[in-house]
Design a protein around this ligand. Structure first.
Ligand code: MF3
Ligand code: CO
Ligand code: CO
Length: 237
């Protein structure tokens, strides 16, 4: 899982470096697939429940599952969430981040910063003996204290030989509740945070998920191992 995670982390880094005005989300997707395959891995998402691409690339009010397209050209001021997975020697790594294209508004920057901070607060609770709710509460309280809202209809998850495994890892909840964390568990923590209301809807393509109120959304994700030495980030480049 360290290897799968590192490949995913490096693919995401590469994708982030490509985010710029004038670049299509299709081009970024092609490059991430090329890189993942060059590592001897396969893209976790491609054909997953019929998903057609390597990466999910979600711009501005798109929350998750944006399908890369030649027609989707990144503009200056956009925030671009990229989520991808790598499957290597039987195991998945799953990671996401939101990147800025050119100059973005201070509000958009704050949304990105707070979402990343929320992920890191969640990861800090990923200790053996704690419960899933400790992670959920840490994420939610940080995001809401900043005036943002937490998406409820999609959650983090266990990850391993399957992309999505038990337990669910919600980004909202009550400290001290839920499944107890044990050394050896590997989970994907992935806050999706909206600037406005938490409600989302899925577009006609059956994938692209957007905020109902049209507000901006950010998404950060790491695959994390729970060990006797504390949380270990598996999806760093
Ligand atoms: N966003 C999901 C995750 O991080 C995975 C997307 S699967 C796909 O767990 F098929 F939609 F790509
Ligand atoms: Co993901
Ligand atoms: Co995930």
């Amino acid at each position: 899982m360290r290897e799968a995670g590192r490949i995913a982390g490096r693919a995401l880094q590469l994708a982030g470096e490509m985010v710029a005005p004038g670049v299509s989300t299709y081009e970024i997707d092609r490059e991430t697939e090329r890189f993942i395959r060059s590592c001897g891995a396969t893209p976790s998402f491609k054909n997953y429940q019929g998903y057609p691409a390597t990466a999910c690339i979600s711009v501005n009010d798109q929350v998750i599952h944006g399908i890369p397209s030649k027609h989707c050209i990144i503009q200056a001021g956009d925030i671009v969430s990229i989520d991808l997975g790598a499957f290597y020697q039987g195991y998945h790594g799953d990671t996401a981040a939101t990147f800025a294209a050119g100059e973005i508004s201070p509000d958009a920057q704050r949304l990105m910063d707070v979402t990343k901070e929320s992920l890191m607060k969640g990861i800090a609770m990923a200790h053996a003996g704690n419960r899933i709710g400790d992670i959920s509460y840490a994420v939610q309280s940080h995001a809401e204290a900043a005036g943002f809202s937490v998406v409820r209809s999609f959650v983090g998850h266990g990850v391993g030989t399957q992309l999505h495994e038990a337990p669910e890892v919600p980004n909202f909840g009550t400290a001290g509740r839920g499944v107890r964390l044990m050394a050896g568990m590997t989970i994907a923590i992935e806050p999706m945070i909206n600037m406005g209301q938490c409600d989302v809807r899925v577009l006609q393509d059956g994938w692209t998920t957007v905020t109902k109120d049209g507000s901006l959304s950010a998404h950060f994700e790491h695959t994390v191992a729970i060990t006797t030495d504390g949380p270990v980030l598996l999806t760093q480049p």
